[in-house]
Ligand binder design. Structure first.
Ligand SMILES: [Zn+2]
Length: 117
């Protein structure tokens, strides 16, 4: 097991601490100290860490983060993230289609009310 700690800037000014652990069985564990992550969400910090976005990583940790991100290639993380991102993208499409159906149903019923039922 190899553990790394990365600090990321936050809007409050207090940095968030991301712990990245390469487990002996090949899995990678990523946890963040922010409220969203503590509530079980994929916070923007963990999302950025997986994507390779170092814009929130504090300057003194950018180099080690680059090396950590390179090591993600040896795990299932990258392909799992791609599946996750594709699923979310499809759900966004589905959400727009459903929103359009809701709007259509509301307009139809509004017209019925106006015209007389
Ligand atoms: Zn976070």
């Amino acid at each position: 097991m190899i553990s790394h700690a990365i600090a990321m800037t936050s809007s409050s000014g207090e940095p968030h601490h991301i712990e990245i652990v390469f487990l002996d069985d090949g899995r990678v564990s990523i946890n963040c100290s922010c409220t969203g992550s503590q509530m079980g969400m994929v916070c923007k910090h963990r999302d950025a860490i997986v994507r390779g976005d170092d814009s929130l990583v504090v300057d003194e940790h950018k180099r080690v983060y680059f090396e950590i991100h390179q090591a993600f290639g040896g795990s299932a993380l990258k392909s799992r993230y791609e599946q996750y991102a594709a699923t979310l993208a499809q759900f966004e499409v589905d959400k727009k289609e459903i929103a359009a159906k809701v709007t259509f149903a509301k307009k139809q019923f509004a017209k019925m009310l106006s015209d007389g039922i």
